[in-house]
Design a protein around this ligand. Structure first.
Ligand SMILES: O=C[C@H](O)[C@H](O)COP(=O)(O)O
Ligand SMILES: C=C(OP(=O)(O)O)C(=O)O
Length: 350
């Protein structure tokens, strides 16, 4: 048995046992929210956006929810420019569409890669969560001030405590839908949440996730003051399925949607479906989103009452670019996006 040397403190013992890890202190969620608070007008507006999204998902509002915006945000100014244009468009079509901007600050990676503004805001590879949290919160506040509801993917189970009050719709991504930790988190979230189907295209993991997240849970967490706590959640009544295709399969066609709805019905879950026109449905070819969105809206027009939403990846410039020294302004550095002119024309044509 390895006995600690008498002179070693508990801190030293832990440090020597954790050679692969270093720690840097972060503000607590309470501290960050106090430093960058959401004004009362924003709190009221966000409560109303969440209600509107719920009404669409539960079929009390006939509009189509569209969650759209960049795959990831790497440049705050470009995100604000995009949001300014989106707000004008959203107001123009608000009788038919409830538009929510993707403000994605965390990226799940298949293996490794840049994980988003929250983790590494200057993309140095060194990581700077302190700055990432501050810049992310400031950005969400600025975007909210423009009068847009915001969507994000909740990846770290702690992130929503820092930023969740500014978010009106949340996604659990294909890579984490099966995770119990994410299902527990959603059970306590105060906003509608979409579970993506798995990366293989299977929807059962998402229907299991919806069921789990609608139930109460007890789990470990960190309080707003930074203390370890047991969190008890009551269950989220506003979860739904997001169809995003899978490896080599698309699932936005009539038959795939009907099969998904039948499985949800059988499980006694909400049959509200959002179709993600990007990712594996578009085989990561941004322009394919145009035809997919039109095709899904045609299904909705011809009477499919389960289709309640679309997701689009769209930015100022078409396509994507590798990260580097000289970046094209407003062009994605993760998945390819529709450009602004295409986006605007698509939404008007729908
Ligand atoms: O939406 C973005 C990507 O599809 C997801 O984060 C996975 O990216 P990767 O396969 O490039 O790591
Ligand atoms: C990562 C995303 O999606 P998915 O989980 O479907 O890959 C995303 O929407 O950015």
């Amino acid at each position: 048995m390895n006995m600690p040397l008498k002179s070693e403190t508990l801190g030293e013992q832990i440090a020597s046992a954790c050679q692969h890890r270093q720690e840097a202190t972060l503000p607590t969620a309470g501290e960050l929210r106090q430093q960058f608070p959401a004004g009362e007008h924003l709190v009221r507006a966000i409560a109303s956006y969440r209600e509107q999204i719920r009404a669409v998902l539960h079929g009390q509002d006939d509009r189509t929810l569209i969650v759209m915006g960049p795959c990831s945000i790497h440049d705050e100014q470009a995100a604000l420019d995009y949001a300014t244009r989106l707000k004008t468009l959203a107001d123009e079509v608000s009788d038919r569409f409830l538009i929510v901007m993707r403000a994605y600050l965390e990226k799940p990676r298949t293996t490794v890669g840049w994980k988003g503004l929250l983790y590494d805001p200057d993309r140095t590879g060194q990581g700077d969560l302190k700055q990432g949290l501050e810049r992310s919160r400031k950005l969400l506040l600025a975007l909210s001030e423009l009068g847009l509801p915001l969507a994000t993917e909740a990846l770290s189970p702690f992130m929503m405590d820092y930023l969740g009050d500014l978010v009106s719709w949340t996604a659990i991504g294909a890579r984490t839908t099966e995770s119990q930790i994410h299902r527990e988190m959603v059970s306590g979230l105060p906003m509608p949440t979409g579970f993506k189907n798995g990366t293989d295209g299977g929807i059962t993991v998402a229907s299991h996730a919806m069921k789990s997240a609608s139930h109460p849970h007890h789990h470990m967490g960190i309080s707003h003051n930074g203390a370890p706590v047991m969190i008890s959640t009551s269950g989220n009544p506003d979860t739904h399925l997001v169809l995003r295709g899978g490896r080599g399969v698309t699932n936005y066609d009539e038959l795939s949607i009907a099969k998904a709805v039948a499985e949800l019905e059988k499980a006694g879950l909400s049959t509200a479906v959002m179709v993600d026109c990007s990712h594996d449905n578009a085989c990561k070819q941004a322009e394919r989103q145009l035809d997919i969105a039109r095709e899904v809206m045609a299904q909705k027009r011809s009477g499919n009452r389960h289709i309640r939403g679309l997701m689009l990846e769209s930015f100022l410039e078409f396509g994507r670019q590798d990260d580097g020294e000289e970046l094209i302004y407003g062009c994605s550095i993760t998945d390819p996006c529709l450009g602004w002119e295409q986006t605007e024309a698509l939404i008007r044509s729908l």
